[in-house]
Design a protein around this ligand. Structure first.
Ligand SMILES: C[S@@+](CC[C@H](N)C(=O)[O-])C[C@H]1O[C@@H](n2cnc3c(N)ncnc32)[C@H](O)[C@@H]1O
Length: 244
């Protein structure tokens, strides 16, 4: 079926709203394809192809609550970091469910000098390590670590944190991750939390330690114009969780 016919089909089935949505989605996909492919080429890495968790050798009872690998568009991360008013000189950047490491490389470009990725799929963790080695080969001052583990066993580094999560897992696994961050804040560390595509936002809002942060006008505009997903920003309060 040609794309012209498909547009007519879309119009017939869903009306002008569906046609608009289809054109918008196509334009967003082309925009990100261009910048993401350029990012991969520039660093000599591959982070763009998605991976289904079914095809990966994951030894965890939490596989069923995990979300498949899909990367965050490179143009959106700096906007979220700026809106969160992060301090890259002081905070360690953490990507929960880091996949192939794209977001860690981008965070290093943004100015973070300490980066930790947590990924339970061995193949993805290995790819992330290869990608970070290649992309940061001339940056000996950057300290990075990709931990191949389930997030429920994550022990944050002794540092203030900027934690990023692109809809990586759901339900009890997500709640366990929130508790780990709250316990870290209760030990006196500052913890910022950026949640892209916040499918489990209700769990964060129900957690007493997580305080919403308003998004900047520029982030709201970018998400409305150039993203299929929203984002939510939080500061994790000290004193709302038992330090463990
Ligand atoms: C939507 S992808 C996000 C990838 C990357 N953070 C990015 O934004 O480009 C979610 C990732 O979370 C990982 N994941 C899912 N459940 C996990 C768990 N319980 N522990 C660690 N990683 C997990 C998946 O393997 C996948 O790579």
């Amino acid at each position: 079926m040609s794309s012209t016919t498909s547009i007519f089909e879309t119009m017939k089935r869903g009306g002008p709203g569906a046609v608009f949505q289809r054109l918008r989605n196509g334009a967003i996909a082309r925009f990100h394809y261009f910048f993401d492919a350029r990012f991969d080429r520039r660093h000599g890495i591959e982070t763009s192809q998605g991976r289904d968790l079914e095809d990966l050798d994951i030894d965890s009872p939490n596989k069923a609550l995990g979300v498949e690998y899909a990367p965050t568009p490179v143009t959106l991360l700096p906007l979220m970091l700026r809106a969160m008013k992060v301090d890259p000189a002081r905070e360690t950047f953490v990507d929960l469910g880091c996949g192939k490491g794209r977001v860690m490389v981008k965070a290093a470009e943004f100015g973070f000098r300490k980066l930790v990725g947590v990924e339970f799929a061995p193949e993805l963790a290995e790819t992330a390590r290869d990608n970070l080695k290649a992309a940061l080969r001339d940056k000996s001052d950057i300290d990075w670590d990709v931990r191949q583990e389930d997030v429920v066993g994550f022990q944050p580094p002794e540092s203030d944190l900027c934690v990023f999560a692109y809809n990586p897992f759901n339900g009890s696994v997500f709640e366990a991750a929130l508790d780990i961050l709250a316990a870290h804040a209760a030990r006196g560390w500052n913890v910022n939390f950026i949640y892209y595509n916040p499918q489990s936002q209700s769990l964060v809002e129900a957690h007493p330690a997580f305080e919403p942060v308003s998004k900047s006008a520029s982030l709201n505009a970018a998400l409305a114009l150039a993203s299929w997903h929203g984002a939510a920003l939080y500061r994790v309060r000290a004193g709302e969780a038992e330090a463990s």
